[in-house]
Design a protein around this ligand. Structure first.
Ligand code: FAD
Ligand code: A2P
Length: 308
């Protein structure tokens, strides 16, 4: 395995106490078709701020929504993954993008809850300004020696955000090794940035896009296709890449998705992606204690995780 040289990053150039105000330049729906999962691509103009040229793909930006909570305190900061490459959206350092899903829930008393920050962002128009902080995140990054590795990216929902920028960056760098993007969403209408990823699959022989559409596609045994079932459903493609010593694995999206992926890796005896603690060594992954999973099964040095 080549040494993984992670870049030094700058953190919290702007803090919640001292945010920077930047304008929105675009805000468009990035689901494949009209979907009740409203997900939007937003780009901000950070020119003339200390953020310009200092945010790396894999990091997050913070947004301070206006207004106060029910206790009269200012709303807290929310984090959003950067979905543009390190060089900036459209190759311009002055533009940074993110991908925002509206939080919309129906509660037990029949009331409708609209998430504070996601809906604030999704409602914005070009020219409106937001208070931004960051960047944050020091490990979920591409290595400096990025072309030494193959990449397997696991995303659910807006977890695809960092992989948009990472794939752009890796393909632009002339990477010849393999990239596989496994994306999980409920329905085909929820495929994110499909107009970008689908053609790439044909254009670059070393890039494969594998959508796992949980509520439409079924496995042979009738169960749902989840991102982690790809270890069996797409084994022919993935086995040799996962077994190569220079493959890195990235996981982003739903909190809880790591458990299924870790179990699948362990079942396939791909232990080098994991850091198994004493409590689970020798146990079947089906017997792992779900409540203590975070303590007993950790990502190994070649696995990078960002879940929320
Ligand atoms: P909130 O108003 O904060 O509500 C969130 C939840 O709190 C809801 O489920 C709601 O039911 C519950 N809640 C609120 N009030 C109450 C109450 N009174 N009683 C009970 N429950 C309540 N999101 C993205 O869309 N894209 C990203 O790229 C992204 N990247 C992230 C990266 C990181 C590192 C992290 C930590 C998070 C990321 N998120 C991302 C999630 C994002 O930060 C927000 O959490 C998300 O947008 C929801 O925020 P909100 O203000 O809209 O919802
Ligand atoms: P499902 O909702 O059918 O159970 P979104 O964020 O757009 O809702 O998409 C999340 C996707 O991740 C859905 O396809 C969802 O499937 C799937 N999913 C839910 N739980 C897990 C899990 N534990 N591991 C992997 N995928 C999951």
């Amino acid at each position: 395995m080549p040494e993984i040289k992670l870049p030094e990053v700058e953190l919290n150039i702007y803090s919640p106490r001292d945010p920077v105000e930047v304008p929105v330049v675009e805000n468009w729906i990035c689901t494949k078709e009209a979907s009740p999962n409203y997900v939007r691509h937003l780009t901000f103009d950070i020119s003339g701020t200390e953020l310009e040229g200092r945010i790396r793909v894999g990091q997050s930006i913070g947004i301070l929504p206006p207004g106060e909570d029910e206790n009269g305190r200012p709303h807290k900061l929310r984090l959003y993954s950067v979905s543009s490459p390190t060089e900036g959206e459209r190759g311009e350092a002055r533009f940074v993008s993110t991908t925002v899903k509206r939080t919309i829930e129906e509660w037990d008393d029949n009331s409708l809850y609209l998430g504070i920050c996601s809906n604030y962002l999704a409602d914005l128009s070009p020219g409106d300004t937001v208070k931004m902080t960051g960047p944050s995140g020091r490990r979920f990054l591409l290595p400096e020696n990025a072309t030494d590795f193959n990449y397997i990216f696991f995303a659910t929902g807006t977890g695809i955000a960092p992989f948009r920028g990472m794939v752009m960056e890796l393909l632009d760098s002339g990477l010849e090794n393999d990239i596989v993007l496994i994306f999980g969403c409920p329905y085909r209408t929820d495929l994110l940035y499909a107009d970008y990823f689908e053609p790439l699959d044909n254009k670059y022989p070393n890039f494969t896009y594998l959508p796992y559409v949980s509520r439409e596609d079924r496995r042979a045994d009738g169960t749902k296709r989840y991102v982690q079932t790809c270890l069996w459903d797409d084994a022919e493609l993935l086995d040799p890449i996962l077994e190569a010593e220079n493959t890195l694995l990235y996981i982003c999206g739903l909190k809880g998705m790591e458990g299924g992926i870790y179990r699948a890796l362990a079942k396939k005896e791909l232990h080098s992606y994991l850091d198994l603690r004493e409590e689970v060594i020798g146990k079947s992954p089906d017997e792992w204690d779900e409540n203590n999973l975070k303590r007993h099964v950790k990502p190994g040095p070649r696995t990078f995780v960002e879940v929320y």
